[in-house]
Structures are given as C-alpha cells and as structure tokens.
Design a protein around this ligand. Structure first.
Ligand code: C2E
Ligand code: CA
Ligand code: CA
Ligand code: CA
Length: 275
C-alpha cells in the first residue's frame, strides 16, 4: 500500500510537471503568436428564423501553433487572461473582425459582428479608448459592433461592470450578455444592464426537446427578456429538434452547428451568398 501510494505521488508529480511545462510553453509561444501571424478568426452565422436571414456573425479566435497545430481558445484564453496577454490579443481580434466585417459590408452583406470581451480586458482603463480607436480607424458604424460579455463576468463586479457597459453603450456599441443563465443575475440587475441581447447558454439548449425543466428555464428566460424589452438568441442549436423547439418557444434567433460551424471569412461569405 505504501509503495503504491508513493508511486501515485510520483505519477502525480510527473503529471504536475508536465502540466506546468505545457503551460509555460504555451505562455511563451503566445508572446509571439500575433507577430508570427499564428492567430486567426473563424465566424459563426447568427440566423433569424423568422426572416430566414443571416443577420450577424460571432468572431471566434483560433491559434495555429507551429509545433502543436490548431489550439482552441479554451486552452489559451485563460492563460492569456492570467498573464495579461489577453489585452493585446483582444484588440487584435477586434481589429481583424472589424476589417472582415467592413469587407462584407462593401460586398453588400450588411451584418453585425459579435466580439467576445473578457473581464480582464474591461478592467483595463484604456479599453474604451482603444476599442473606439480601432473602430474609428477602420471606419465602421459602432452599431454594427456587438460586444459579448459573459453573465458571470458582469455579476462578479456588478457596479464596475455597469459603469463600463453604460459607457460602451453611450459610445454606440451593441452589448450582449453571453452564457446567460449560468451567472445568477437578479432581475433588478438585468433591468439595469444596457445590453440589447441575452444569449441563452448552450447547456440549456442541449436537451431542450426532451427535458421539460430545461424547456421551462428557456421559456422563462425568453419571457423575462421580452418583459425587459431585450432580444434573445440561443447558442448551441445543433439539430432540427432544437430549432423546432426554439421556434415553438418564440426564440427566433439561433446560432449553432445546425446551420454552420464557425468558418473562415471566405467560406462565411459563400455561406451568406448561398443562404
Ligand atoms: P462562447 O463565447 O460561449 O462561444 C461559443 C462556443 O461554442 C464556441 O467555441 C463555438 O465554436 C461553440 N459552438 C458553436 N455552436 C455550437 C454547437 O452547436 N454545439 C456545440 N457543442 N458548440 C458550439 P470556441 O470557438 O471553442 O470558443 C470557446 C470560448 O472561448 C468562447 O465561448 C469564448 O468564451 C472564448 N473565446 C473565443 N474567442 C474569443 C475571443 O476572441 N476573445 C475572448 N476573450 N474569448 C474568446
Ligand atoms: Ca460568445
Ligand atoms: Ca457559451
Ligand atoms: Ca463562454
């Protein structure tokens, strides 16, 4: 028993070491990722089921690492938040996304781009000036730029978040509350938030056609949003059953694999052309 306990500890130590090594490795190579053109964006269409149109797209970051290959954001966004690298990465995302959106507009596709913004970015007092600078430099109306901010980030420091979100809203940006339903916001705060849109978290959509509780939760979120004059979109709509149930619940805006995975901008343009 003693020996195996020791072995377990050795194993634990080894896997800990591997984790730390991997993390340091990612952290270091992330420093050069922007300069080496290793980051790129993919876009996922947002569909209005009523008008049957693509009305927007969400920008999602990817990292093509020279040795490891493709890395998803779940693997490096939190590291970049801890090191502070997220700040410059976030500005790079905004710039690239707005350049691509402007090109789409010039090709006749007038749609809104949604950009994920983490609380670490909002905490930087230069954020509002810097993001405005990016938008003005490229030259697009701010009403076509939606910032997605997760509910849990907002709720972790609600007063501070309210101040920044109000400023961003006054500047003309659209705001959306991401991963809604997972962050425990109270109705009174929801009412105060200047966001136009509530994005229902994927976890409530997954079993929506067979789980009555999930269906009730989604129905409640939709009713609440309506009462507050806000728009709703459901993420993670993967199947015809998801779409049918969401339609039945009067949630007419959806995003998910049913219509398209996130794709690169050229493919996205083709998708919209053929939709
Ligand atoms: P999120 O903002 O909640 O984005 C939705 C995630 O769900 C994306 O994962 C998307 O690819 C995935 N997804 C879309 N449709 C479906 C579906 O039908 N089924 C399933 N199972 N998944 C679907 P992704 O691209 O790996 O991004 C993960 C998270 O990383 C995002 O979650 C967001 O929090 C963060 N992230 C991505 N790009 C950025 C960025 O540019 N900046 C910041 N700060 N965070 C980002
Ligand atoms: Ca999002
Ligand atoms: Ca989500
Ligand atoms: Ca998320």
């Amino acid at each position: 028993v003693k020996a195996s306990g020791k072995n377990n500890f050795q194993f634990f130590k080894q896997s800990m070491n591997e984790k730390i090594t991997e993390r340091l490795f990612l952290e270091n190579s992330l420093r050069n990722a922007i300069g080496n053109n290793e980051l790129f964006l993919v876009y996922q269409p947002k569909i209005n089921l009523e008008t049957k149109r693509v009305y927007g797209m969400e920008a999602l970051i990817r990292w093509r690492h020279p040795e490891i290959g493709l890395i998803r954001p779940d693997k490096f966004i939190s590291i970049s938040e801890e090191t502070g690298q997220i700040y410059n990465i976030g500005l790079w995302v905004a710039k690239q996304a707005i350049i691509d959106t402007k090109a789409l507009h010039e090709a006749g596709h007038i749609l809104t781009v949604s950009i994920n913004v983490s609380s670490k970015q909002l905490e930087n007092e230069k954020f509002i000036d810097d993001i405005c600078c990016v938008v003005n430099e490229i030259g697009i109306d701010k009403s076509y730029v939606e910032l997605e901010i997760t509910e849990s980030h907002i709720m972790s420091n609600i007063d501070k978040a309210l101040k920044i979100l109000n400023e961003l809203s006054d500047k003309g940006f659209k705001l959306s509350i991401d991963d809604f339903g997972t962050g425990y916001s109270s109705l009174s705060y929801l009412k105060k938030l200047p966001a136009q849109t509530i994005k229902i978290d994927r976890s409530f959509v997954l079993d929506i056609y067979k789980d009555e509780d999930d269906r009730s939760i989604v129905a409640t979120i939709i009713a609440m949003a309506k009462a507050l004059g806000k728009d709703v979109i459901a993420e993670g709509s993967e199947t015809q059953e998801h779409i049918d149930t969401l339609k039945y619940l009067h949630c007419n805006k959806v995003q998910g694999y049913f219509f398209s995975k996130p794709i690169e901008i050229d493919e996205f343009k083709e998708f919209v052309d053929n939709f």
